[in-house]
Design a protein around this ligand. Structure first.
Ligand SMILES: [Zn+2]
Length: 86
């Protein structure tokens, strides 16, 4: 798994997105445990945390798309690893 180009902003956004994804799976695991243990309050808190992480992932995804269109208009649709320098 690697970023298609060498842009630092792309790499930062991608790293943040990946971190949020990993966190989401981690918290999802906690939710299963809480539900299995019938810990109602813990479940509610974890569900709230999950939706917060999901919102953050969504925002990062939009930021990536927006940045790609603004900074790398040619790379946005191509999906190739060609350099996007001006
Ligand atoms: Zn970029």
């Amino acid at each position: 798994m690697s970023s298609p180009n060498q842009c630092r902003i792309c790499q930062k956004l991608f790293a943040d997105y990946e971190a949020a994804t990993i966190e989401w799976f981690r918290v999802q695991g906690q939710l299963r445990v809480a539900e299995y243990s019938r810990e109602r309050e813990a479940s509610d808190r974890i569900v709230a945390e999950l939706s917060e992480i999901a919102a953050r992932r969504h925002a990062l995804r939009e930021a990536m798309t927006k940045h790609e269109h603004e900074a790398h208009p040619r790379a946005a649709c191509a999906g190739s690893s060609e350099a996007a320098f001006e």
